[in-house]
Design a protein around this ligand. Sequence first.
Ligand SMILES: [Zn+2]
Length: 365
Amino acid sequence: MRPNTFDFSSTLTTEASHATHLQGEFPQRSSCRAHHDSTALAHNEILIEVMYAGMRPGDTQYGQPSMHGASIQPLIGQESIGRIVAHGRAVSSFALGDIVGVGTFAASCGQCDRCLAGLAQYCQSGAVSTIDYQHAHHPMRSFGKSTPHIVVTEPFALRIPHNADLAATAPLLGAAVAVYSAMEHWKLEPGQRVGVIGMGGLGHLAVKLAAARRAGVTVFTTSPEKKMDALRFGAREAVLWNDEEAFSRLTDRFDVLISTVPQSYSVSDFMALLKLNGTLINLGTTEALQDFPAPNMPRGRRSIAESTGGSVAEMQAVIDDCVAHNIKPEIEVIRPDQALEISNIAGRTRAPYRYVIDFALGRQH
Ligand SMILES: [Zn+2]
């Protein structure tokens, strides 16, 4: 990835400046014309009219009016697809009207060793999340019947193939890239055994992507009703967490376990399922996993690892691969006005794996 020349210092929001943003008025429709003016953008920025945005089911973390000043705002940004409506004068890789994707991050320093190595998601100054970037530089108006816009720096805009199913491609930008990046780094090969722990938005894509690599996939779920889904997505078997016989049978069998569970849990029973030198990769919870085995049990040089998002190159690769091989997330397309409603419903018993907001439906509604 070529370095960008973004002035990173201006992105580091202090609490005070953040508060100012929250107190400030969001641009209204009349000022949106000015917003489309490329002179309002930094030289390496791209303004995107959002068409589709992925959203996690029952996600109460987002959608809280107090969190970022505009309740719907955090829902869009991490997995968005849209059309370029303006760009800064130095943008050279994209043109007005191009359809592009936006993932978790919108900017990074572009100068540290990690950025220069193409690993901006691990930027030593901290990659700036797409959501934080909007708050710091381009606060979006909350939408009613209008369409939200989002700004990213050029290196973080992704090309979307012309034949892509746009709604189904949006979740690839967040969920799929996280599992794809882990599979790349840990060099998942055909014939290896992979366990996917938890099967929601992240997990179901982990199953599909691992199966596409011809790995042998076993899903570990607490939901009996998801067992058939797991097989349909390409898993060889699905095991309930309380199935002691299966855990005993599967001891010492897996090269990799991919954990997509969003909460902390005890990993000791799962660690015993790993082969010699096997790795449990945590992509789910941001909390510490519990019961990491002591060195004397079970023996096998096993590891627990973390991984975050993916590089820009990996994001482009997972989009291209999934479109080329027709690998799609399981989605339910919703109207914008349904998004807030859904985000505030905790613990829906039978939610789809991913919601995707279609903003064109908002205009028709
Ligand atoms: Zn950096």
